[in-house]
Design a protein around this ligand. Sequence first.
Ligand SMILES: *Cc1c(COP(=O)(O)O)cnc(C)c1O
Length: 443
Amino acid sequence: MRSTKTSAHLFELGRSVIPDAVSSPMRAFQQVGGNPICFAAAKGSKITDVDGNVYTDFLNAFGALLLGHGREEISAAISRQAAQGTVVGLTSPLEHQLARRIVASTPAIEQIRFVCSGTEAVMTATRIARAHTGKDLLVKFVGSYHGHSDVLLATPSTAGIKTKGVTQGISPNLGREILLCQYNDANQLKSLFKAHGANIAAVIVEPYATNMGFVRPQEGFMELIRLLCDQHEALFIFDEVVTGFRFNFGGICNLMDIDPDLVTFGKIIGGGTPIGAYAGKARFMQHVAIGNSVFQSGTFAANPLTMAAANAALDVLEQPGFYEEMERKGQVLDSAIRDEFNATNIPFLFTRFGALGGVAFRDSHRAMKSYQDVKNQHYEVYTKTHQLMLDKGFLMAPSLEEPIFLSAAHSDQDLKGFAAALGESVSEALAAHRQAFPVLLPF
Ligand SMILES: *Cc1c(COP(=O)(O)O)cnc(C)c1O
């Protein structure tokens, strides 16, 4: 039986100096119950916790690690750079090299700037959109997450719907400048533009929604956003903090044939170090040039450690066949999970694109479309599943609203082992709940 004694002790002690003993809330496992774990070391696809338990990692730092933990090329680049300065307060060839590479990867963008987090990247992108258009309103989608800046956590008090990250401490005035739309709801989006188009500065969207499980846009939805933005002179911001460089070398906008005005990156491009980037057409990006309208700065922005790690990561991602191999891994997981679910009569749908997947914990074989669908899942079944998976040596995201993240470090054995464990765990979790809620869960 797995012991988490040392983790439990650290959490208990830690709470006196760190709220919930964590610096980012999901790490406390509040959404999945059970004992949160403290890690001791991580390498490749494996994490060892402070009690010596080993887990195959399907969280991968909420998707930041497409190459797994401690990839040699990246560790070497970080060590080399550490000996030559970690932060200097000046620009460097590494920064320019990274900028040239990312701009060349994605035809939709002409210029880029680096910051330290996705949060900062998105925040600045919305600032540019407002400055450029001279308008105030932002359209965002229910269930989306774009970082924790005030502007993107603001919610209209009249919304009357549950969305993510609702928090006190944000001026209600900011909420008044946000319009909420259901993901994939074309009619609602059209009505919002009809009523408010003259005041809409930007629409911000994740091209594939990855912060409400894994939900894909319906045919034509992104094209509709592009069209409405053009008609009403609003900017179209693609938040590619998760999707960027995950499926192809560049933004997913390359694959979707969509031409966003601004694109934000983060997570993967840092090679496991803190990063964010906002990019776009020069006429929008020029707003942050000195003497123009928008201010953005950062002591650690484009710091050489991150720039070295990022360039090393891009070296690996750029190797021929890299994304084909990730797709192959995705297929291995895909067919193994489908076989498991069929064999054990699990009614849940598994969806996947490239090396990103998600199980919809609901009794439907139709793909989820919106946050309403996401909220209709059996969260209690996921809670139990998450705990059982940990006992079997697999770390999944501590929230049903996060996808399953594959990395290049996963072996076929990792993937097949995960699928088998998932089939067993979901079956067990369902059985446990059939007893507890015979009426609510008629599987
Ligand atoms: C993680 C995430 C962010 C925020 O990035 P941080 O680096 O955590 O600040 C923004 N947008 C999306 C879509 C994300 O998933």
